[in-house]
Design a protein around this ligand. Structure first.
Ligand SMILES: [Ca+2]
Ligand SMILES: [Ca+2]
Length: 118
């Protein structure tokens, strides 16, 4: 019976590893972030760096066309970061941080402190 327990644990481990790998792949595709690990030798932690939350692929706060926060206004700024939405966080280390910040898509600062390039 030990072999059955071992086999069950092994199959469970392999399935979980595959699920985690798939989730990471999905996040990287949706966020359009670099797969390259942070180069810690050429970066430093800036306690004043602003972390942005922006509208995501649908270009609208929260979920497009839905009043996510039930305030009677569809897709208003207060919906940024709504659950099940596609809004994402960006730090200065993200390639599109500056263009999003200077562009017309809805965004707001949600925290400060992030890794930035030297
Ligand atoms: Ca959105
Ligand atoms: Ca709303």
């Amino acid at each position: 019976m030990k072999w059955l327990l071992f086999l069950t644990i092994l199959v469970g481990f392999l399935l979980r590893a595959r699920a985690i790998e798939s989730a990471v792949d999905l996040l990287d595709q949706e966020n359009a972030r670099s797969l390259t690990p942070l180069d810690r030798e050429n970066c430093f932690f800036d306690p004043d760096a602003e972390v942005l939350l922006f509208a995501g692929k649908d270009r609208l706060p929260g979920r497009a066309g839905i009043d996510d926060d039930f305030n009677g206004i569809v897709d208003d700024l207060s919906e940024l970061g709504a659950i099940y939405g596609d809004d994402i966080c960006l730090t200065p280390a993200d390639a599109n941080y500056k263009s999003i910040r200077e562009g017309s898509l809805p965004w707001r600062v949600i925290s400060v402190g992030a890794w930035v390039k030297s």
